[in-house]
Ligand binder design. Sequence first.
Ligand code: GRF
Length: 202
Amino acid sequence: MTARLVVLVSGSGTNLQALIDACADPAYGASIVAVGADRDAILGLERADRAGIPTFVAKVGDFTSRDRWDEALADKVAAFEPDLVVSAGFMKLLGPAFLARFGGRTINTHPALSPSFPGIHGPADALEYGVKVTGCTLFVVDEGVDTGVIVAQTAVPVEDDDTVEVLHERIKVAERSMLVDTVGRMAREGFAVEGRRVRFGA
Ligand code: GRF
């Protein structure tokens, strides 16, 4: 059985592209049934269009409250009946209505080694702190900021003359292969969350 993925994006969508490329191989075990965004006119949506994948947009500003937006986003995602929701550079926190429906099967990628440097400035915060090793984390989304149960992590070295951009690009290379490898395993083998641990296999 091929796992149905809905991918959520906010920006350039290089993680999405890595998943689109991986899904082209039937042996990968997953296919992207829709791509959603919280804004229009982003490269991520263009990548989906180019691949012939249906897209939808839910902008916070178009709703009377954050909760209404969260419900609408959950409805739009639900219409595609996903097995797994992948937040890949989606720059909004998913709320209670969304997690009530998709909690436990929504994953997010973060450009730092959790629990260090949560939030939207992971690479800058790592550089500022002076760590020699940072990386990326794939986790099951919960109500916190980058606090969910960890599915996979990859370490990335910090070089002496790194800028935030250079470091983030190095992390993103690791992030894409972590995402592709791990989503493939989740799709093919299944997974279970036990306390703070994720176990692969049905
Ligand atoms: C990734 O580093 C993701 O972890 C972060 O934003 C970046 C998104 O990149 N939150 P892209 O849109 O997949 O190229």
